[in-house]
Design a protein around this ligand. Structure first.
Ligand code: C5P
Length: 202
């Protein structure tokens, strides 16, 4: 039997950590759908065509190299506005969502477009400043030389591109539960997500 948890929200709001924690807690499979767009973005930076790349994308590619760089994040949000790219990635995500044993998918349009009938929908947010600070600390820990100002500008630019695009814009589904993590520790945010899911389990 399938059970789908859809977790959407902007960059660095805590979706990734919450999704991984939820998947571990309940024994669900986890798909970070941002990696799909990042893998396509990386290929486009290498000179390949976006739609053909998305159509030929394999799961193995998601695990190759570091997809979590600032440059690839921007490239990902640019390919993510192309309807043909989004269409090419739908089947893979829906098949993953229907896996037996439960699945957590995190992204921007999981509750609205990919899995509109997900059993649980969460929209995780935090202020742009809090998210930029978290992303800055993450990037600095990896040795990337970004400034706080640059990271905040990047976060805002990506938010605007993700929220304003015409195909599958980032927005909470009407039946999503909002979780603002600005003033929560990761343990508190995860505990709230787990408690919500617990109430929806069959
Ligand atoms: O979540 P992450 O920051 O890795 O996503 C990178 C980019 O991929 C986002 O800024 C967004 O443009 C795009 N994306 C999307 N739909 C998703 C997941 C990610 O458009 N479901």
């Amino acid at each position: 039997m399938s059970f789908t948890v859809a977790i959407d929200g902007p960059a660095a709001a805590g979706k990734g950590t919450i999704s991984k924690g939820v998947a571990t807690h309940f024994g669900f499979a986890h798909l970070d759908t941002g990696l799909l767009y990042r893998a396509v973005g990386r290929r486009v930076l290498e000179g390949q065509e976006a739609v053909a790349t998305a159509q030929a994308l394999t799961a193995e590619e998601l695990g190759q190299g570091d997809l979590r760089t600032a440059e690839i994040a921007q490239a990902a949000s640019k390919v993510a506005v192309i309807p043909g790219v989004r269409a090419a990635l739908v089947d893979f995500q829906r098949a993953f969502a229907r896996r037996a044993g439960g699945a957590v998918l995190d992204g921007r349009d999981i509750g609205t477009v990919i899995c509109p009938r997900a059993e649980v929908k969460l929209f995780v947010t935090a202020s742009a400043e809090v998210r930029a600070e978290r992303r800055y600390l993450e990037l600095s820990a990896k040795g990337a030389d970004a400034t706080r100002e640059q990271v905040l500008a990047d976060v805002r630019e990506r938010d605007a591109r993700d929220a304003d695009r015409s195909t599958a814009p980032m927005k909470p589904a009407e039946d999503a539960v909002l979780l603002d993590t600005s003033d929560l520790s990761i343990e508190q945010a995860l505990a709230q997500a787990i408690a919500l899911i617990q109430t929806k389990l069959p």
